[in-house]
Write a protein that binds this ligand. Sequence first.
Ligand SMILES: NC(=O)NCCC[C@H](N)C(=O)O
Length: 264
Amino acid sequence: MHLLQITDLGSADVCEIWNIAKTQPKTMTGTVAWSFQGHGIRTRTTFIQAFRDLGLAFTELPNLLKTNERTADLAGYLDDFYDLYVIRESDHERLTEFAASTRRPVINAMSSRGHPCEVLTDAYYVETKLRPIASAKVCLWGPPTNVFHSWHELADVLDFCVVHVRDRQFHQKKRNVRFTEALPTAIDIVITDNGPAAGDAPSRPLTEDALAHMGYPRLLPTPPFLIGRELSFDPLSYPNFVGYQQKNLLLPVQRAIVQYALGS
Ligand SMILES: NC(=O)NCCC[C@H](N)C(=O)O
């Protein structure tokens, strides 16, 4: 199984990954190749901890896909050494091409098109700490990004609705996504995102007044967040900021994704 985008999963796969995340880590055998373009601070921390927890050996292959080498040759030379690839690569097409070339599962640890592991973790938080995702009122706040693209896919796969507040020029027709410029009410959780994936799209910083209008929802900014860009205030001063504790869940969910990809 590859996990390049959320739509690689069905709803039963998502439930299974979330169920595995609730269990103690298993001891497994195998070797993981990992390659993280850029800083990848949190994702690197938790994925590597996940490999350790599972007893997996792991080798870094810096900039694995940042060469002109054919993906078929990379896979041809490497596949016998590895059981799984975990790759952060902005070029989603190149990542997809590699996944089509290798005999091993590939996990997308973030590309320009999606961030499936992050969004499976965000939604796991909603499901386990707030309320079943099907009835949760989730508000996405911000321009078109990889994280939001994965949220839209998850809403499609699990068949629940999200509201997405963004500039009118970026409204689209998507199943289970309601785009708006107006402030929604009675929201359970607001998720912000930004970063290179947003390109030049204008950023409308989320304000404390907007949160009050929405009923003081939990606030989950996707790190790294910037005050003055996606947020107009320091979220540490907001009582329902859940960012730090929520990101702890990256570890069990990424561990579960690795276990699932390796067919445990
Ligand atoms: N800790 C993370 O993995 N953060 C995700 C950053 C997402 C942001 N849209 C980016 O592309 O940089």
